[in-house]
Design a protein around this ligand. Structure first.
Ligand code: AP5
Ligand code: MG
Length: 217
């Protein structure tokens, strides 16, 4: 049976940065609900417009739609040997949806990795984040992980940009949604004995080392 990891933490804690590294190491997909929504936003469709309005204001997408996206994604071939969920579940109804999905598949969560970071550092990371316009997995930080050439991706030479929801208003709203909706989810997993807290203030490589130690257990 495959291994299933959940990545949780405040916006900017480094979930995406680290999930991509673990996914590569284990050969399982990193499934980010935010990435799924941004991919739909790229298509010019009424659904894309609807999602753009929600994401850019920092609100959460509905539980039903989000869970359906996850259900469809984990049904794909590459997810049959495990997967990493980055940013899902983040409400209590989503916890229930996931429990049900996994029960139907006869699977269970191996570990919940909680990336612990304070709000001020989170806000500063988001303000300094730049993403590649060709591949959003290529993420930079202007101070901690800058590209070699300003404004250009090291990997494919495409221009870098700020994420559309990294405005001060949307960041504020995302963090308040996190405190109100996602904190209770953290508590739920703490009680299940599969919860691991990682100090996300460490350098990117140090966080990776801590994460790998947990994942290898
Ligand atoms: P999503 O895309 O998940 O965004 P988020 O929750 O705001 O989280 P981020 O991606 O901003 O943070 P991250 O932890 O991945 O940080 P990163 O690694 O990039 O969701 C977007 C939206 O989609 C939501 O607002 C909502 O509308 C919707 N959505 C998604 N999931 C949903 C769900 N389940 N239910 C309902 N709606 C949902 O790192 C940040 C920066 O810091 C980068 O610049 C990076 O280089 C840098 N950095 C990373 N680690 C370190 C380190 N250790 N030291 C220094 N710098 C670091
Ligand atoms: Mg992310």
């Amino acid at each position: 049976m495959g291994r299933i990891f959940l990545f949780m933490g405040i916006q900017g804690a480094g979930k995406g940065t680290q999930a991509i590294r673990l996914a590569e190491k284990l050969g399982i997909p990193q499934i980010s609900t935010g990435d799924i929504f941004r991919a739909i936003m790229k298509q010019d469709s009424p659904l894309g417009e609807e999602l753009r309005a929600i994401l850019n204001s920092g609100r959460l997408v509905s539980d039903e739609f989000t869970s359906q996206m996850v259900k469809d994604r984990i049904a794909q071939d590459d997810a049959q040997n495990g997967f990493i969920l980055d940013g899902y579940p983040r409400t209590l109804p989503q916890v229930e949806h996931l429990d049900q999905m996994l029960a139907e598949r006869g699977e269970k969560i191996d570990a919940v990795l909680f990336f612990d970071l304070d709000k001020d550092e989170a806000i500063s990371r988001l303000a300094n984040r730049r993403v590649c316009t060709a591949n959003s997995n290529h993420t930079y930080h202007l101070i901690h992980n800058p590209p070699q050439q300003e404004g250009i991706c090291d990997i494919d030479g495409a221009p870098l940009k700020q994420r559309e929801d990294d405005t001060s208003e949307a960041i504020e709203k995302r963090i308040s949604e996190y405190v109100n909706q996602t904190f209770p989810v953290v508590d739920t997993y703490k009680q299940r004995g599969i919860f691991h807290k990682i100090d996300a203030r460490q350098s990117i490589d140090d966080v990776t080392r801590t994460m790998m130690e947990i994942a290898e257990k």
